[in-house]
Design a protein around this ligand. Structure first.
Ligand code: AMP
Ligand code: TRP
Length: 331
């Protein structure tokens, strides 16, 4: 595979285990072989976060988490979306290409808007168009994400194709999703049929990268389980056991089948204790590094400033080409 990697994460409420296993860990690995651009998508976060201090705090916290997980700002570009004008500018052009019907099909909008769709901000509706602009502003070819973003990625491909057809054949590469690893969809600890998410009102439903060892142990202990002895992978009938098994396999970087074999006769309580140990082992160093970084916001801001300059150097010329292709007079 050759190409350029782009991905984004919303600076909403810090980072949870699903973000880490579904996305960020893959971002870190991909840096070894590819040019990678990673973006804190604050413009996207504004669709749901309307609190000035929380926005600033979360942006620094998520930056710290990415750095602590191993995103290397010397190798990759790490920056905040609002600092590079091309994202919003290209989004407007794409808004004029993407039909409303395509956006009406987006399941995430339906989930997030809920029952009162009339009151949902317009930004939430066009969120996937901005996401397409993020990727296309860099002519990125591959996008590492969790499974929940698959539909948005398909839309980004369709929008790219539509622009190419109308204005310039072959202009944008059609970006491909990279959905990698065992844990592409980590589920809530309280409900094996719901996605683990930063926005779940119950903190017991997720592991945050800021959780200390004590709360990790407590959350795993209280995680929903079933009365069957032995851990098996059976997402239909045993969603909770399957989720915990998947998390274990992903953290241990082993296959699910292999882990299932090991715990085939193990009672839930013993398995949970082992899972909590493994989790603390893997996450504690990240949490410690994250805390250290958060004590130095000046350093984080400097990393993001430099990342924005490098990102702008790629995206601004692409936007210029787009403006020329649609026929805007250039001064
Ligand atoms: P978000 O926090 O919604 O901006 O998501 C950032 C990245 O984490 C995206 O690539 C998502 O697909 C991924 N992600 C979020 N939640 C989960 C989850 N529960 N399981 C796997 N991946 C996830
Ligand atoms: N919508 C993505 C999410 O919630 C975040 C995102 C925004 C993104 N722009 C992107 C992911 C571009 C990949 C590429 O997870």
């Amino acid at each position: 595979m050759t190409g350029r990697i782009f991905s984004g994460i919303q600076p909403t409420h810090g980072i949870q285990l699903g973000n880490y296993l579904g996305a960020i860990r893959n971002w870190v690995k991909l840096q070894q072989d590819y040019e990678c651009i990673y973006c804190l998508v604050d413009l996207h976060a504004l669709t749901t976060v309307h609190d000035k201090d929380a926005m600033t705090r979360n942006t620094r916290e998520v930056a710290a988490a990415l750095l602590a997980c191993g995103v290397d700002p010397k190798r990759s570009i790490l920056f905040a979306q609002s600092n590079v004008a091309a994202h919003a500018q290209l989004a407007w052009v794409l808004n004029c290409v993407a039909p409303i019907g395509w956006l009406n099909r987006m399941t995430q909008f339906k989930e997030k808007a809920g029952k009162n769709r009339e009151k949902a901000p317009v930004g939430l509706f066009v969120y996937p168009v901005l996401m397409a602009a993020d990727i296309l502003a860099y002519k990125a070819t591959h996008v590492p994400v969790g499974e929940d973003q698959k539909q948005h990625l398909e839309l980004a491909r369709d929008i790219a194709g539509s622009f190419n057809n109308r204005f310039a054949e072959g202009f944008f590469p059609l970006p491909e999703p990279l959905i990698l690893g065992e844990a592409t969809r980590v589920m809530s600890l309280r409900d094996g049929r719901a996605k683990m998410s930063k926005s779940d009102p119950s903190d017991m439903s997720r592991i945050n990268l800021t959780d200390d060892a004590e709360s990790i142990v407590a959350k795993i202990k209280k995680a929903k389980s079933d009365a069957i002895v032995g851990i098996t992978y059976d997402p239909e009938n045993r969603p909770e056991a399957s989720n915990l098994l998947t998390i274990y396999a992903a953290l241990a970087e082993r296959s699910r089948a292999d882990v299932a074999r090991q715990f085939a006769d193990t009672p839930f309580s013993t398995f949970k204790a082992e899972l909590a140990d493994l989790m603390v082992d893997k996450l504690a160093p990240i949490t410690a590094e994250m805390r250290r970084l958060m004590d130095d916001p000046g350093h984080i801001d400097a990393v993001l400033r430099e990342g924005a300059a490098r990102a702008d150097a790629i995206a601004a010329p692409v936007l210029e080409e787009v403006y020329a292709e649609v026929g805007f007079l250039r001064p």
